[in-house]
Design a protein around this ligand. Structure first.
Ligand code: HSC
Length: 255
């Protein structure tokens, strides 16, 4: 259900369940989680690209699989909790390369990533209200942070207002739009650039940016300053600054 490959220090994870538009059934999600966990602990990988097909990044959670679920078992088994935690725990950067539908859990999956690139025909939406439910994997929170309350409310409460790639770009949900056929290559290019930096400072930078969602400004600035100070314990900080002073390219060792 997924395909994985590596290109240099970049791992590419491709969702491949075409008959169901990459609907996120539990088997698919386990495979995604296993692959991400493997790449997160692989010292030869510096960044990950997560993508789907040209038709669909993912059309949401698998409705047919979950339609008969009950509250008690959802609660007892912490339904969705285990699925979503691995991606949130990723310490390495993940770029979502979104072509086609990113609906419901598909949109939420993209928003769990650190950067979203969209193909020109991408469609972002949270249609759960049409199924008698609500977003359950971060849609009400991350979409609101990304596009603001009014647009998030409009999308989530109607279930029919979706964002095109260019609307998603204008609203800040995605950082760039590319033709569908070059999208993944562009994502890999950016991931390679990130993976060429010192891995420790990349992870610290990711951690610090993510704290902007969790902390007050003064606590966030304090957190950032401590990590900044800590980078001076790394070989890569010594190398990076020495290389600048000596007018040469740095050669990072990721320590
Ligand atoms: C990261 C965390 C992940 C978990 C998140 C959980 C929480 C989340 O907030 C809840 C959801 O996502 S609720 C979900 C929110 N998402 C939605 O409500 C979107 C539901 N999907 C749609 O509205 C339409 O399929 C599209 C408009 C995407 C495409 O329309 P089109 O171009 O006419 O294509 P088509 O003919 O319709 O589809 C082709 C085949 O794919 C099948 N399939 C597709 N999506 C499926 C799904 N989610 N399920 C199962 N199957 C799905 C479809 O049945 C058909 O199979 P068949 O055997 O050949 O009949």
């Amino acid at each position: 259900m997924i395909q994985t490959e590596t290109q240099g220090r970049v791992a590419v994870v491709t969702l491949n369940r075409p008959k169901a538009l990459n609907a996120l059934c539990s088997e698919l999600f386990h495979e995604i989680n296993d692959a991400l966990a493997r790449f997160d602990s692989d010292a030869d990988i510096g960044a990950v690209v997560l993508t789907g097909s040209e038709r669909a990044f993912a059309a949401g959670a698998d409705i047919k699989e979950m339609k008969d679920a009950e509250f008690i078992s959802n609660y007892k088994t912490n339904f969705l909790g285990h699925w979503v935690e691995q991606i949130s725990r990723m310490r390495k950067p993940v770029i979502a390369a979104v072509n086609g539908f990113a609906l419901g859990g598909g949109c939420e999956l993209a928003m769990m990533c650190d950067i979203i690139y969209a193909g020109e025909k991408a469609v972002f939406g949270q249609p759960e209200i049409n199924l008698g439910t609500i977003p359950g994997a971060g849609g009400t929170q991350r979409l609101t942070h990304a596009v603001g309350k009014s647009k998030a409310m409009e999308m989530i409460l109607t279930g029919t207002v979706h964002l095109s790639a260019h609307e998603a770009l204008a609203s800040g949900l995605v950082s760039a739009v590319f033709p569908p056929e070059t999208l993944v290559a562009e994502a890999i290019k950016t991931a390679s650039k990130i993976a060429s930096k010192g891995a420790v400072s990349v992870q610290m930078a990711k951690e610090a940016v993510n704290q902007a969602y969790e902390l007050s400004l003064s606590s966030g600035l304090h957190f950032e300053r401590r990590l900044f100070q800590a980078t001076f314990a790394t070989k890569d900080q010594k190398e990076g600054m020495a290389a600048f002073a000596e007018k040469r390219k740095p050669s990072f060792v990721h320590e």
